[in-house]
Design a protein around this ligand. Structure first.
Ligand code: 13P
Length: 255
């Protein structure tokens, strides 16, 4: 009943020239089933958004584009930042917020994530809200509490109608870029806890309609087991999204 989603987070990879090549390679592998049966999204760096969108538009390829971050003010003296209207004009329909790399390396707080999510919703874009625990939290045995608190904070002051368009991505920090994937059972347990939290906040109908993704070393070898879980609706993929063949295989696992 939920449409699966496969989203590629390119992180800080690909110059414009490289982005055009990768987008074209993806477009060459695209079939209408991708868009009919899943939402396929690529999230390139800011400077690559327009060139990637141009390739997709030229080919009439129904792959959506999203940014990896955004600032919550619409314009003004915020050197180095990028606003919702800027990414919207390019054609972004999604934007990642609260990725663990932004939280850990750039000091992004739960409050910042909440402001960004609200700004995106106000601009008509769908936030992909990232949550996830460190290895220390997992070892302590408080993963569900920690992750669900991040969900509550990200969605503070957002009503059910707006929440429904949002996507949550569960990304255990210890599984990101490490080759150490969460087992399907570990990932499912947290994704189920996230959905239960969304049900508390918004009721069962809304929580059943919202997509919860898994991210962290997802690849063609482990995607089937993860996608088989009832509360995992797709993936937010780093490394394996940088190769067109492997990303296409991940998309196929959603169809
Ligand atoms: P990897 O797939 O490279 O582990 O990255 C996951 C991620 O952080 C996606 O946002």
């Amino acid at each position: 009943m939920r449409k699966p989603m496969m989203a590629g987070n390119w992180k800080m990879n690909n110059t414009v020239a490289e982005a055009v090549v990768l987008t074209q390679e993806l477009s060459n592998r695209y079939t209408d089933a991708w868009a009919d049966r899943a939402d396929v999204v690529i999230c390139p760096p800011f400077v690559d958004l327009k060139p990637a969108k141009t390739v997709l538009e030229f080919d009439k390829t129904r792959i959506a584009i999203g940014a990896q971050d955004v600032y919550w003010e619409p314009k003004g003296a915020f050197t180095g930042e990028i606003s919702v209207p800027m990414i919207k004009e390019i054609g972004c329909t999604y934007c990642i917020v609260g990725h663990s790399e932004r939280r850990e390396l750039f000091g992004e707080t739960n409050e910042d994530v909440n402001r960004k999510a609200k700004a995106l919703i106000a601009g008509g874009l769908a936030p992909i809200v990232c949550v996830g625990e460190s290895l220390a939290v997992r070892d302590e045995g408080t993963t569900n509490e920690y992750v669900c608190a991040q969900v509550r904070a990200a969605f503070a002051g957002i009503d059910a109608t707006d929440a429904k368009v949002c996507v949550v991505a569960y990304e255990p920090i210890w599984a990101i870029g490490t080759g150490r994937t969460a087992t399907p059972e570990q990932a499912e347990a947290v994704c189920a806890a996230i959905r239960a939290t969304l049900a508390e906040l918004y009721g069962a109908d809304v929580s059943e309609a919202m997509r919860v993704l898994y991210g962290g070393s997802m690849n063609p070898g482990n995607v089937e087991g993860l996608m088989a879980q009832p509360n995992i609706d797709g993936g937010l993929v780093g490394g394996a999204s940088l190769d067109a063949t492997s990303f296409a295989e991940l998309v196929k696992a959603c169809l």
